[in-house]
Design a protein around this ligand. Sequence first.
Ligand code: NAG
Length: 327
Amino acid sequence: MKLLTFSIFLLMPLIIYNVEGQGKKQGSTLADRVQQLTDLSSKKSVLRFNANKFKDYVKTAPRNYSIVVMFTALASQRQCAVCRQASDEYTLVANSYRYSPAYSNKLFFAMVDFDEGSEVFQMMKLNTAPIFMHFPAKGKPKAADTMDIQRVGFGAEAIARFISERTDISIRIIRAPNYSGTLSLTLLFAFVGGFLYLRRNNLEFLYNKTMWGVWALFFTLAMTSGQMWNHIRGPPFMHRNQNGQTSYIHGSSQGQFVVETYIVMALNGAVVVGMILMAEAAKGKGDPKKRKIFAILGLVLISVFFSLLLSVFRTKTHGYPYSFLFK
Ligand SMILES: *[C@@H]1O[C@H](CO)[C@@H](O)[C@H](O)[C@H]1NC(C)=O
């Protein structure tokens, strides 16, 4: 009995020391971590986390701050064009927060890139990007803490709304005004207006069918070759793989490179030229010899470039059975 009391007495300081030490360590690390996060965010509004930092600042309890994390893949070889756009919107939210009166140490913004923290992706069982997740100050994230970008998109306003639903912090998005659209439209109107004014005594050209034809043709070629898709999705110009080989045509029908759309546009254009030559030949006017040449040239152009178009299509759509002239 005496021995037990004695040993407890002996051990007591050790136990107290340990409990206190632990408490102290955690307390100080929380304050430290909050301080570190505050310092880091004053330099950069979106913090970049690798696996270690993610564990330290997001996974380690206790936390008294919310943290929003964007899981993304910005490296160009990942070919995630939406990641880049989503990242711009996300940075806009973080910057708007950084300079808003609501700014405090209750909320931080971070991002984990797949190529800097793939362990994090494994740990969180994520297999797509981008994903926006809110880690609340207390407890684990629930299903609603993952932003449903399929439904609401990833515009800065949508992200801010998501954050205000999950925390009590509302962020007003401050976008830098973008005058370039207005400016180019004004310039275009001025140009066209000025041109019409200068030519006001001779507006015959407005009835020029060839001019309208060329415009319509150009518009059609631009649209059918996927320029609008490029504008919206922002694909890479071309692709260079690890072995240094460049590919100009995307290997699947789900994507395209910018240069590929120019190639397709040129092929389509050549087919159109062939068609025009043949139509000219069939008009029945002019030198028969010349018309014969036109007809043959047109036929060759159409066959060759249509075959090329088909083979481009075949490389993208595996299992497509038809080809002509070329495999
Ligand atoms: C969180 O805890 C740290 C350390 O105690 C403190 O400095 C910080 O102000 C707290 N943050 C909030 C939002 O209460």
